[in-house]
Design a protein around this ligand. Structure first.
Ligand SMILES: NC(=O)c1ccc[n+]([C@@H]2O[C@H](COP(=O)([O-])OP(=O)(O)OC[C@H]3O[C@@H](n4cnc5c(N)ncnc54)[C@H](OP(=O)(O)O)[C@@H]3O)[C@@H](O)[C@H]2O)c1
Length: 339
C-alpha cells in the first residue's frame, strides 16, 4: 500500500479550513492534519472523530508552524483578520500603541501570513507540484492605483499571498495557487443593519456604498471552500481564482431574497458614513464600508482576471458550488421578517 499524502490544514476548526479538511477527509488517499491552538476544543474533537489528526501550533509562533508542516504534501493556508476586533486585550493593545484596531489587525494578519510562508518554505521539497493552496484577497492599494490605502483586510493577505512569497521564495511560489473568496453568504449575521434593515413601513432595505450596477461574488464558505480548494488542487500551480457560487449586484441579491421570503425589498446605495453608522462598531464600519466602496471600482476582485468554478469544470474537474438562491432557500429568515 502506498503511503497516504498529508494535507496540513490551517484554520481547520473554522469556516474555510473546516470545509477544506472535511472535503479532503472524503478522499482516502489523504491524511488530514489540522492546525489549531487547542486540540482539545470541541471543534478539534469533531474533526478527530471524522478521522483527522489535530496538532497544536500558533500562527504567531514560527517554530510551531515548521513542526506542523513537516513532511506535508499539501498546505492549505488561511488567516483571520478579524480576531483582534473580537478581543478586548487586542483593542487595548491597539490603544496603547496609538493605532486603530484596523491597523493592529493588519499587523497581526501580515505577520501570521509571513510566518506561514516562512514555515512552508522549510518544507517546500515535500510539497506536491500544486501543494501550497492559499486563501487571499485582491491587493486593494495596487488594484485601485492608490485610491484605497487602508483596506487592511485585503492588503494584509495580498501583501503576503502572493507578493512576499513571490519575492522571497520563488520555489514555493512555483507551487502556489491563490484563492480569493467572495462575500460569504453568511455575512448578513455580522452586518445585519446593512444587509437587511427593516424600514418604518415594514419593508426590508439592503444598504451598501456599492454601485447598484456592479456584480459582486457570493460564496457559501462552509459548504464550498472544500469543494473549490479540492478542485484547484487538481489544476497546475501558479493560477489565481475566485471562489463563488453566484455573482450578482446587490439590488439583484436583495430582489432574489425578497422573492424567496415574500418581503417587500429595496436597495439603497448609501454614503460611506451612513454604512459606518449602520454598523455600530466604528472600526468594523470603516473597514467594511471601504470594501463595499472598493467593490464598485475597481471591483471586489480588484479587476483581476480570475479563474472560477466554471473554468475548473471546463478543465474537466468537478466543482460543485452553492448558488445564492439555494443558500437563501436553506435558511430560516423569520428573525428578520418578524422584527
Ligand atoms: N466574511 C466574509 O464575507 C469574508 C469574505 C472573504 C474573506 N474573508 C476572510 O476570511 C477570513 C476568516 O476565515 P474563516 O471565516 O474561516 O475564519 P474562522 O471561522 O474565524 O476560523 C479561524 C481559524 O483560524 C484559526 N486561528 C486563528 N488564529 C490562530 C492562531 N494564532 N494560530 C493558529 N490558528 C489560528 C482558528 O483556529 P483555533 O481557534 O482552533 O486555534 C480557526 O480555525 C478573514 O481573514 C476574512 O477577511 C471573509
Amino acid at each position: 500500500m502506498t503511503a497516504k499524502k498529508i494535507i496540513c490544514v490551517i484554520g481547520a476548526t473554522g469556516n474555510q479550513g473546516g470545509s477544506v479538511a472535511r472535503r479532503f477527509l472524503q478522499d482516502p488517499r489523504f491524511k488530514v492534519r489540522g492546525v489549531t491552538r487547542d486540540k482539545t476544543s470541541a471543534a478539534s474533537q469533531e474533526l478527530v472523530a471524522l478521522g483527522a489528526e489535530m496538532v497544536n501550533a500558533d500562527l504567531d509562533n514560527l517554530e510551531s508552524l515548521k513542526a506542523a508542516f513537516k513532511g506535508a504534501n499539501v498546505i492549505f493556508s488561511v488567516t483571520q483578520y478579524w480576531e483582534p476586533f473580537m478581543r478586548p486585550d487586542c483593542r487595548e493593545q491597539a490603544k496603547q500603541q496609538g493605532i486603530s484596531c484596523r491597523k493592529f489587525a493588519y499587523n497581526v494578519e501580515y505577520q501570521q501570513g509571513k510566518n506561514i510562508a516562512d514555515a512552508a518554505a522549510t518544507t517546500v521539497d515535500t510539497l506536491d507540484e500544486n501543494g501550497f493552496l492559499v486563501s487571499t484577497l485582491s491587493h486593494a492599494r495596487k488594484c485601485s492605483n492608490g485610491e484605497y490605502t487602508e483596506l487592511y483586510h485585503f492588503d494584509a493577505k495580498a501583501d503576503i499571498f502572493p507578493d512576499y512569497v513571490a519575492a522571497k521564495y520563488p520555489p514555493l511560489a512555483a507551487k502556489m495557487s491563490c484563492i480569493q473568496t467572495g462575500y460569504f453568504m453568511t455575512s448578513h449575521k455580522i452586518l445585519p443593519n446593512s444587509y437587511f434593515q427593516k424600514l418604518e413601513d415594514g419593508s426590508i432595505q439592503t444598504r451598501f456604498p456599492t454601485s447598484p450596477d456592479k456584480p459582486v461574488p457570493h460564496f457559501a464558505v462552509n459548504e464550498d471552500m472544500g469543494n473549490f480548494t479540492y478542485a484547484v488542487y487538481q489544476m497546475p500551480p501558479g493560477k489565481n481564482y475566485m471562489a463563488c457560487g453566484s455573482e450578482c449586484s446587490w439590488p439583484d441579491f436583495n430582489a432574489l431574497w425578497g422573492k424567496i421570503t415574500g418581503a417587500i425589498v429595496s436597495y439603497k446605495q448609501v454614503p460611506f458614513d451612513e454604512m459606518v453608522s449602520d454598523t455600530g462598531d466604528r472600526d468594523l464600519g470603516i473597514e467594511t464600508a471601504q470594501m463595499f466602496a472598493y467593490s464598485s471600482c475597481p471591483g471586489y476582485d480588484g479587476g483581476m482576471e480570475l479563474l472560477k468554478a466554471e473554468d475548473l469544470r471546463k478543465a474537466g474537474i468537478e466543482c460543485p458550488m452553492t448558488t445564492l438562491e439555494s443558500y437563501f432557500r436553506s435558511q430560516d429568515w423569520s428573525h428578520i421578517l418578524s422584527k
